[in-house]
Design a protein. Structure first.
Length: 259
């Protein structure tokens, strides 16, 4: 039986491969447009494969390989899938701001940070000691008015040179006088809370002018202006909040003493 089985397998294998090579060669091209020829071709291929698969000595794996050989004249090549490249995320606003601060000139960076010390030190000292000092709060308001006036007049120095990208027009020069006027108004209030609120408004107007109306400013300067404005605004609001808390505590103590 084994001697008869080997010629049978050899005859089936050579018979199938010969038919496939013969049918998939150049002669197959003229028959693509003829549906009858395509049907007969598929029928002959299925018949050969079925005859080969009915052999009792073949396992399912060999039958599957034979089917692949019957329908493909060349061995299949599987391309390796390259791993997807990790998409580079663009840096966020905070990261770009930190990079811009690093690019700023050292004198401008250090002097700007040093100028924030009087703003931060006043509410920090009062919060640590737990006591509100009206003189210190008024000194903070005075320093804030001077700072706002400086920020307003800075645009004159930027717009007046001949090679400056900003023109000395009405928009740039007239708007620079608005923050100093608001700062002077803040000094006329008797209440520190009202003065602090007016300075916050003046700082917001000055920041809007520097960031929105004068785009020729370098990016590091705009980032520095935003950071400085946020620190000054928070310091002024903290002083106003400490004043309100101190007044409430004083009124509560008086009410308890009277009762």
């Amino acid at each position: 039986d084994k001697a008869n089985m080997f010629p049978f397998l050899q005859r089936c294998c050579f018979h199938t491969s010969f038919k496939v090579q013969k049918l998939t060669g150049p002669r197959l091209l003229p028959y693509r447009k003829n549906k009858t020829t395509c049907c007969s071709l598929s029928f002959r291929l299925q018949t050969d494969v079925c005859l080969f698969s009915r052999s009792p000595s073949l396992n399912p794996a060999s039958v599957y390989v034979t089917k692949l050989q019957a329908f493909h004249t060349s061995p299949p090549f599987f391309k390796k899938k390259t791993p997807k490249e990790s998409e580079t995320k663009e840096p966020g606003v905070l990261e770009r701001s930190v990079e811009s601060l690093k690019d700023s000139p050292k004198p401008a960076l250090y002097l700007s940070l040093a100028g924030l010390i009087p703003f931060v030190s006043v509410p920090l000292t009062m919060a640590i000691q737990g006591t509100y000092y009206p003189e210190a709060a008024f000194a903070q308001v005075m320093y804030g008015a001077v700072t706002v006036s400086f920020l307003g007049g800075m645009r004159w120095g930027f717009a007046l040179p001949e090679n400056s990208p900003a023109k000395p027009d009405w928009l740039n020069l007239a708007n620079s006088t608005v923050p100093p006027l608001l700062a002077c108004q803040a000094l006329l209030f008797k209440d520190v809370t009202q003065s602090a609120v007016m300075l916050v408004l003046a700082l917001g107007v000055a920041l809007h002018y520097d960031v929105a109306l004068l785009p020729p400013y370098p990016r590091w300067f705009k980032v520095l202006r935003v950071v400085g404005t946020v620190v000054m605004v928070l310091s002024l609001l903290a002083t106003a909040a400490l004043k309100t808390i101190s007044e409430e505590q004083l009124s509560n103590s008086r009410y308890k003493w009277q009762n």
